[in-house]
Design a protein around this ligand. Structure first.
Ligand code: ADP
Ligand code: MG
Ligand code: ZN
Length: 479
């Protein structure tokens, strides 16, 4: 049976690092890139005799994510110890939540070729990150950096609702967008602040029981997630096709080879012996706390996208780009207060503004010009005061210097001539000088029309208002 006779089934576990200033159970900084073991204290080093103190921000962020993902936020949840031995885990256990996580039963919508699909979220829980083993700094030893030990994470586990690698990637992008919009995560896969493990199985089409799942680890880009899942699906189908059976195991994705390989099998599977964390009482969330977080939730990416298409009448393509990042969307709306041709405005955003930000650097939150200046420039183009091309020059100058558009237009002498009398005089002069061409034109050689436009524009140093130039030329040529 070919691949197409099988149905992939995928469930994802995402670990998202929370954007708190301090760690989950101590006051150490969470900053990235500090000298090894600089951000540590007796608590996150796991020294005996210390007690954890829960960072309230972590709970707030977990509730934020839970509400945004339409979960039930539980009034009581419980901390557990997950025991395993590893050099980067000084306590010998990770503090996490196990059978009573803070959030359950949520959902997230994604776009698929067949339309919108709702992916169910099984659970969201809080936990602490482990440290990092560094194997390549020395030939003889492995080193341990505990700066990351105790950095807060959210683990977000989906139901096995995804049916292809593409759906898995869509889900991850949508989830990342939500977390970044909420301000709880920076969405950086490469730096590992948004990490994903993929659980993959296959079953014959029409089957009602899922196949044996394999867990894939170590995938740190959207492209690799797609590759890893597709490789793994094909591998499992091969195994089943040749009469074998898929083993329950954890496999690592090898980005260089584009394949997955076994890391540990069921026999070596961890027995974590979870038990309740005696140093932390059960966590209670009050109604007041829930209300407060609910009040402060921003509009989420999907809702914003829908509103941008309806309220501003934008094509979905434009709306998608504008809503990809919250500051960009906010800035669009701020300029839209002052300039009402929304499609034209979107064109400037997608064209000039994003190009300048990409080519010349800078960020949407530190632009040198105001929303009103931006709108004034677009107004000047709209009213024919300057040409569209001149508008782009002025915009570039505003971008670099923050000068008033009017000042730049005056300084560079870019103002278009829209004075009918002035244009008419030039048109008359051009037609008078080229009487022979005019004859030919009138006799039917219509293709030389562009020549007249060119002559008028040349005489006016490119500053004639094109609409007026055309109007007057046609009138004089008897059209
Ligand atoms: P574990 O700690 O054993 O990985 P979790 O509950 O944390 O268990 O995660 C289980 C993940 O595996 C979930 O994302 C779930 O959707 C997924 N999953 C469960 N069964 C299957 C299956 N048969 N095929 C693919 N994914 C599955
Ligand atoms: Mg797992
Ligand atoms: Zn610490």
């Amino acid at each position: 049976m070919p691949l197409s006779d099988f149905q992939p089934v995928i469930g994802l576990e995402v670990h998202a690092q929370l954007l708190t200033n301090s760690k989950i159970f101590c006051a150490c900084s969470t900053e990235f890139g500090a000298a090894p073991n600089h951000n540590t204290c007796p608590v996150c080093l796991g020294l005996p005799g210390v007690l954890p103190v829960l960072n309230a921000r972590v709970v707030e962020f977990a509730i934020r994510a839970g509400l945004a993902l339409e979960c039930t936020v539980k009034k009581t949840s419980v901390w557990s110890r997950k025991n395993y031995f590893y050099p980067d885990l000084p306590k010998g256990y990770q503090v996490t939540q196990y059978d009573q996580p803070i959030c359950e039963h949520g959902k997230l919508s994604i776009d698929t070729p067949e339309g919108e699909k709702v992916v169910r979220i099984l659970r969201i829980h809080m936990e602490e990150d482990a440290g990092k083993s560094v194997h390549d700094a020395s030939a003889k030893e492995s080193l341990v950096d505990l700066n990351r030990a105790g950095v807060p994470l959210l683990e977000i586990v989906s139901e096995p609702d995804l049916r292809s690698a593409d759906e898995a990637v869509e889900y991850l992008k949508a989830l990342r967008d939500v977390l970044v919009y909420l301000g709880v995560n920076d969405g950086n896969l490469e730096e590992g602040s948004f990490r994903c493990d993929a659980n993959v199985s296959v079953m014959r089409k029409g089957a009602t029981v899922y196949g044996q799942r394999v867990e894939l680890k170590n995938i740190n880009s959207f492209r690799f997630i797609k590759q890893a899942i597709e490789y793994e699906v094909a591998r499992q189908v091969d195994v089943l096709e040749s009469g074998g059976k898929v083993d329950q195991e954890t496999r690592l994705f090898d980005a260089n080879r584009g394949e997955t390989r076994s890391m540990r099998s069921k026999e070596e599977a961890h027995d974590y012996r979870y038990f309740p964390e005696p140093d932390l009482p059960p966590l209670h969330v009050t109604d007041a706390q829930l209300d407060e977080v609910a009040q402060s939730l921003p509009e989420l990416p999907r809702a914003k996208l829908t509103r941008f298409t309806s309220q501003y009448g934008l094509p979905e393509y434009d709306a998608r780009i504008l809503c990809a990042e919250r500051p960009l969307a906010d800035y669009f709306e701020a300029v839209a207060q002052h300039f009402k041709d929304y499609k034209k405005l979107a064109n400037w955003f997608l064209g000039e503004l994003l190009r300048l930000l990409k080519d010349e650097g800078g960020s949407i939150t530190t632009l040198r010009f105001t929303t009103v200046q931006f709108a004034n420039l677009l107004g000047a183009v709209e009213q024919g005061k300057i040409s569209a091309n001149a508008g782009k020059d002025v915009f570039g100058e505003m971008f670099r210097t923050g000068k008033e558009p009017e000042a730049i237009i005056a300084e560079k002498g870019l103002a278009q001539v829209s004075d009918v009398g002035a244009i008419e005089a030039v048109v008359d002069e051009v037609l008078g000088k080229n009487a022979g061409e005019v004859e030919k034109y009138k006799a039917g050689k219509k293709q030389i029309y562009g020549f007249f436009v060119g002559q008028v524009m040349k005489a006016m140093k490119g500053k004639g208002n094109p609409a007026l130039v055309n109007e007057l030329l046609k009138k004089k040529l008897g059209e």
